[in-house]
Design a protein around this ligand. Structure first.
Ligand code: BEZ
Ligand code: FE
Length: 649
């Protein structure tokens, strides 16, 4: 069971195309009237549009936001805040402009409305990073969180492809690290995966057509989700490493995130295999780190620290400073490990999780699957294809060794050798792994109002002896007597006459006749036919719990995992009526042993039946010395299978 805490950041988001036109309304909504418009020279035109949209509410303008939010720049803007009695900032731009808005809000408490033009995500986090005399300080505070974010897809259309890629991968890094953060929860997981899925799809579309509005909308949506994750949970190795590389080696922020992400993922992959599997699935790839690397390289994004101008001799120092302080990360962070990661990232080698050749495995899987292309029966092709894919994935996910696979082959060989006319070890294997019950559940439980089915088991024998109503199928074997009174009706309650019903069960010691070669002929099994009331009766003995045969490989498996081999006490029924689906099921004795831990997962609540103890004569008038049990049950079977006579009605 998963325990978690979830809290949301209280911000308002307005998302769409042309939403910047609503900026005045948003300022008024906050009860503000004196806005300072923040921007930067490259985005002057967008700044002007916002300025105009604010009309008289724009009282000042500052276009000097700079990277890393230097305090000198903040102080210049602060002067405008004082001079013009500013009560809110409206910021148009990327992380730098948002940073300046946050710095002003942190100092003065004024409200912020942010119109992002990149995928940085900082507009939805309560974190501020500032630099003073070359040193970066980071603080987190509720007052830093912008009140309103106006995402206008139109404002991102001019973001150059190269910056879209690095900014988009920067956002993806937030989502990736959120997934293995200690504080994540199902809500954050959902946002993070959706963000990765959307960004993975949007970036190639943007590279193909930067003016593709739908792709731009998806990327911005992804950025919002990723930023929200970043604002809610702690980040790991990737973010710390990028922080060090940016701070100490002056590498560009989004480019560094882009280069490092696949390698940080490859480093963490062995410790977070399920997260990597989900990311790979979201990206439609086999291997998450390699998939992200391939995505970046296909988009022409930077793929090596070398490309970003980092000197090879600085890698050791970078590894040391990135590991100087410990922090939460799924895999232990060691200086040697990070140094190796940085060497790979410097060279830009395609990462392979744990050095495993996943691409080659992928090719192998596809080659095997292609071998089924010619199968005449499409169902055969489908089943074999999926089986091979699952098996290959099983081998990869579990790093199955040659020794383990050999053991599996030996196990199956022994299972086969154990099989005979009277012993079906493969059925036992399927039953104890719950596969028989899974197939049964999915194929037979689809008609509402019918009695549930249950596994057939290995002890059914075709064509049991036919018997008259009231026959003693135990043929006098020792045990507590049982009187069975069974009725078969359809889902409307209409009796089903002439249904053929096979009944079989074990003896008092838990053995079926086929397990006892000394027994003469079939015992404790018979075939009945229902009368016009849909009914038949029989005499037998009460079933008792019994171990499934456990002297073979299946028994060893149960032993190895500490499972017992017992089945709860039950009687088997197979009901066949013309034109109706066959029902194979079992009735379990209420209060019997192992109902909660049946070795083959066959028990269903509706099949547990009270079989009360009675005294005196049985309903057929036979005097009984001691007590006997009454099994009265009505089976509901599906209505007739509709015949299509091809008539127009
Ligand atoms: C049975 O109930 O006969 C049975 C079912 C599955 C495995 C072994 C026995
Ligand atoms: Fe059984």
């Amino acid at each position: 069971m998963r325990s978690f805490v979830h809290a949301t950041n209280p911000n308002r988001v307005v998302f769409g195309y042309g939403t910047s036109a609503q900026v005045r309304q948003e300022v008024e909504r906050l009860g503000r009237a004196r806005a300072l418009v923040l921007g930067s020279p490259p985005l002057a035109a967008l700044g002007d549009r916002v300025h105009e949209a604010l009309e008289s509410l724009a009282v000042a303008r500052f276009d000097g936001a700079a990277m890393h939010t230097p305090v000198e720049v903040t102080e210049q803007a602060m002067e405008l805040v004082g001079e013009h009695s500013v009560d809110c900032v409206v910021a148009v731009g990327g992380g730098s402009t948002t940073g300046l808005a946050k710095a002003l809000a942190w100092r003065t408490g004024i409200d912020q409305i942010i119109l992002p033009t990149t995928y940085a995500g900082s507009e939805v986090t309560p974190v501020l990073g500032e630099t003073a005399q070359g040193t970066k300080m980071t603080r987190s505070d509720a007052a830093i969180l912008p009140e309103t974010v106006v995402y206008d897809v139109e404002f991102t259309l001019d973001l150059p492809v190269a910056m879209s890629v690095t900014s988009g991968i920067n956002a993806m890094a937030h989502a990736v690290e959120a997934l293995y953060s200690q504080q994540t929860n199902p809500v954050v997981d959902g946002w993070a995966l959706e963000s990765i899925r959307l960004m993975g799809r949007a970036l190639p579309a943007i590279a193909a057509d930067p003016a593709d509005v739908d792709a731009r909308a998806e990327a911005l949506h992804a950025a919002w989700l990723a930023g929200t994750c970043l604002g809610l949970v702690g980040m790991g190795l990737h973010h710390k490493l990028c922080h060090t590389l940016g701070g100490s080696f002056d590498l560009p922020h989004a480019d560094t995130h882009t280069v490092v992400l696949p390698y940080a993922m490859a480093y963490n992959a062995p410790a977070a295999p399920e997260v990597m599997r989900r990311i790979a699935e979201a990206l439609g790839t086999d291997d998450a780190p390699a998939g992200v690397h391939d995505l970046i390289s296909s988009l022409g994004g930077p793929t090596s620290l070398h490309q970003l101008g980092m000197a090879e001799q600085d890698l050791g120092t970078a590894a040391e400073s990135a590991t100087a302080k410990s922090y939460p990360n799924p895999r232990e962070v060691t200086t040697e490990g990070v140094a190796a990661l940085l060497r790979e990232a410097w060279a830009g080698n395609r990462p392979a999780s744990g050095g495993r050749p996943m691409a080659a495995l992928h090719r192998l899987t596809e080659q095997v699957v292609a071998g089924f292309d010619q199968a005449e029966d499409p169902r055969v092709r489908q089943l074999l294809t999926d089986l091979v894919r699952h098996l290959h994935r099983f081998v990869a996910d579990n790093d199955v060794t040659e020794g383990e696979w050999q053991y599996a082959v030996d196990f199956l060989t022994r299972t086969g050798r154990m099989c005979s006319d009277t012993r079906q070890e493969f059925v036992l294997l399927s039953d104890t792994l719950g596969v028989s019950s899974a197939v049964d559940l999915l194929t037979n439980s689809r008609t509402p109002g019918t009695t549930p089915s249950a596994v057939l088991g290995p002890f059914y024998v075709e064509g049991p002896p036919t018997a008259e109503h009231g026959t003693d199928i135990s043929q006098g074997l020792p045990g507590e007597p049982l009187w069975g009174d069974i009725t078969i009706v359809d889902t409307e309650g209409v009796p089903v006459r002439d249904a053929v019903v096979d009944v079989w069960q074990s003896n008092e010691d838990g053995y079926y006749d086929v397990q006892l070669p000394d027994l003469d002929g079939p015992v404790l099994r018979a075939r009945f036919r229902t009368d016009e009331k849909g009914r038949f009766t029989f005499r037998s003995i009460a079933p008792s719990e019994y171990p499934i045969p456990d002297d073979g490989p299946v028994g060893s498996m149960l032993d190895a995992v500490g499972r017992h081999p017992y089945r709860a006490p039950h009687v088997h029924f197979m009901i066949m009526a013309p034109g109706r689906p066959r029902l194979i099921t079992q009735l379990f004795v209420a209060g019997g042993a192992y109902l909660d831990s049946d070795a083959v997962f066959g028990v269903k609540d509706e099949l547990i039946v009270d079989m009360p103890r009675q005294h005196g004569a049985t309903p057929d008038g036979r005097d009984m010395d001691g007590s006997w049990r009454l099994l009265e049950f009505t089976f509901h079977i599906a209505a007739e299978i509709e015949q299509d006579h091809g008539e127009d009605t």
